[in-house]
Design a protein around this ligand. Sequence first.
Ligand code: ZN
Length: 507
Amino acid sequence: MVPSGMDSATSFSQSTRAIVFVCAVMMMGVPAPPAQAQQAAPPPSILDRLNAMMGQGKSVWTPQQLDVMAKLRDTALHDPYALDELRHLTGNIGPRLSGSPQAQAAVDYVAAEMRALGAKVTLERAMVPHWVRGVETAELTAWPGMAPGTTQKIVLTALGGSVATPTDGITAEVVVVDDWQQLHALPEGAVKGKILLFNHAFDKELAAGGNGLMAYVGGVIYRGAGPTAGGALGAAAVLVRSVGGADFRLPHTGQTDYSPGVTKVPAAAVTAEDAETLKYLAGQGPVTMHLTLTPQTLADAQSYNVIADWPGTEHPEQVVIVSGHLDSWDLGQGAIDDGAGVVVSMQAIHLLKELGIHPRRTVRCVAWMSEEEGSEGAEQYVKDHGGDAANHIGAIETDLGADHPTGIYYAGKPALGAWLRPVAQVLDAIGAGVLTSSPETGEDISGLTEKGVPSFAPIQDSRFYFNYHHTAADTFDKVDPGHLNENAAVVTVLAYALADSPEPAPR
Ligand SMILES: [Zn+2]
């Protein structure tokens, strides 16, 4: 998942404030009314308050439909399909960088698997970037206190979209800043011809407290905009401290975006540990680095979103999207980001098939292409289907890993919260009954959200996600089978609820 730029940072912090507020209210109960009101009516009992929270409004789903949701939930918890599909995607196909042969193999595989279930499968074309990683090495060649004749290895990885250094590399002094303020405080010309490092630390405490995405957004701005800022100041290359919380000297890649008109300079992410070392040494005197990066940006490639429809019985033209992104970074296997999101969406179709359930509306599984490098697949979908937004009844995306879900984020009308309460009650049995309004649900469905389509995402435990995110350690073993199945239960139950309600969700 790649929220980029200031806008998402702002809107996310707003949503986080809203979440904090809602949680505080939930934990404290209803605030005590003023003394006058207390005389008029005694404060409600805990039971009354719980009833108000859980039972408000009438369910639009019949008891039989709620039973179907419970059955989908329980079957999802014990069905191996999602895990088996993830095993194949990550182990047999491997990483699925946009434009790569593996990405194409994944498209063909998911399409075949969905066809085998009897879904109506369409491959929808999208042109996507085709960037290829090359050599990526760095070593210090001079620093205060060095033993004569030695070098020190620096662990880094090129950022997606980065341009290359000459094949024999560059050698330049390193300038370290912690943030934009320190960069702006430097004298004019201070980074010209130098290697500029943004040493902005990932807030591990914030992540440990469950706000992983907020910690990520705080650092990802430097990855996205740092190389452009350095290029504008004449830097020879830009390094950023990895945006993630790992403690195992792992570099985290991710996309960088060069602004038009600014000289593109080579860009890489160093590990948090190496960033600390560079800051320590540069504080003592000049530090010189030899840096070699040889990535290539090839011509854009033709690729596809995989669309698999489980047709509706009454309103086949009305669709509910359940989705994840099929492309991944190349360092690991793309298991948590976002193989997991794809396979829980495939599981929704599989369970409908296995249990013989045919909702009123079409359930559309989408495996999006190229989320990591610019969401070109999702952009193309909005170009192709945006005019039909009215028939998009809802859109779900899972793209924050596979850890335990505690409920559902929803974007749209406030009335969605009360409307979904019976669904939350079904999911409460697996600890996933929280409903939280959020302006953002998923990068690939953000275009549909903007067009007024109600959108949704599982609320996932993000404490550990950013330890592995965009690293070589994003591998199959990081996915807990039980938690993966809980996520499959959430999206399957929600997709069914949206697709089979008598009237479409409020919008
Ligand atoms: Zn992702």
